[in-house]
Design a protein around this ligand. Structure first.
Ligand code: SAH
Length: 239
């Protein structure tokens, strides 16, 4: 790996250390399992998955990639954490998931190899873990075909997001290990919107992802103050 690669080895190590627990629904990855049906349904309602070529960037153990394949998409999941990819692959074999494969390659390198190669690109809960999220957004824009959809999700950066996503989730509720998220790496919707515009992606939909810690329930809303998702379409002129 070169020093200029857009990756933080400490971030990858965090995920690799936990890799054997990706499919344990009571583990540190429980929140991802719980939000998965919500984000899956939202993606499928905007860009129906059946029959599509889909790329999942920063796929981890394959929670979303696997579910999208089960909806009938042909899915490639990419990540740079070797152990997570092995777990994802093993899960696909054990669960006999059709049409899902995994590769260890950066989004930027795959964009050189397969420009406009996918109908839909998803990149969930990953931008806040890389040194240069703007470069990932650009790579996603290059990877999707003109007119295709790119979905991102990340965490907002403000006092409330700090209180809920870091203090609340890591220290009070212990939903996530301490140090999972670093405040300075969180991304405001306006910043993500600027990256999208610069990459030739037009944001068509934005949703907040809310959580009630008392009931454990998650739901999508208009409130983007903590967790949020965006759906952006690659402009046809960006060929
Ligand atoms: N997208 C998955 C996993 C999110 S966890 C989901 O939402 O279920 C964040 C993932 O980003 C981890 O799997 C981590 O290994 C990966 N990651 C971090 N930096 C990366 C990089 N530079 N390139 C690719 N993946 C990266």
């Amino acid at each position: 790996m070169t020093t200029t690669a857009n990756v933080d080895p400490a971030e990858l190590a965090k995920f690799s250390d936990l890799a054997h627990r990706w499919w344990d629904k009571e583990s540190e990855f429980r929140p991802l399992h719980e939000i998965n049906p919500l984000r899956l349904a939202w993606i499928d309602s905007i860009a129906p998955l059946a029959g599509k070529q889909v790329l999942d960037v920063g796929c981890g153990g394959g929670i979303l990639a696997d579910a999208m394949a089960r909806k009938g998409a042909q899915v490639l999941g990419i990540d740079l954490a070797t152990k997570s990819l092995k777990v994802a692959q093993l899960h696909a074999l054990e669960a006999q998931t059709p049409q899902v494969s995994y590769r260890e390659i950066s989004a930027e390198a795959l964009a050189q190899e397969q420009p406009a190669g996918f109908d839909t690109v998803t990149c969930m809960e990953m931008l806040e873990h890389v040194p240069n999220p703007d470069s990932i957004v650009r790579a996603c824009a290059e990877l999707v075909r003109p007119g295709g959809w790119v979905f991102f999700s990340t965490i907002n950066r403000n006092a409330k997001a700090f209180a809920f996503a870091i203090l609340g989730a890591e220290y009070v509720l212990r939903l996530l290990p301490r140090g999972t998220h670093e405040y300075a790496r969180l991304i405001r919707p306006s910043e993500l919107a600027q990256s999208c515009r610069g990459a030739g992606l037009e944001i068509a939909h934005t949703r907040g992802l809310e959580h009630n810690p008392l009931t454990g329930r998650y739901w999508l809303s208009q409130n983007t103050s903590v967790n949020y998702l965006v759906a952006a379409q690659r402009l046809p002129s960006n060929v």
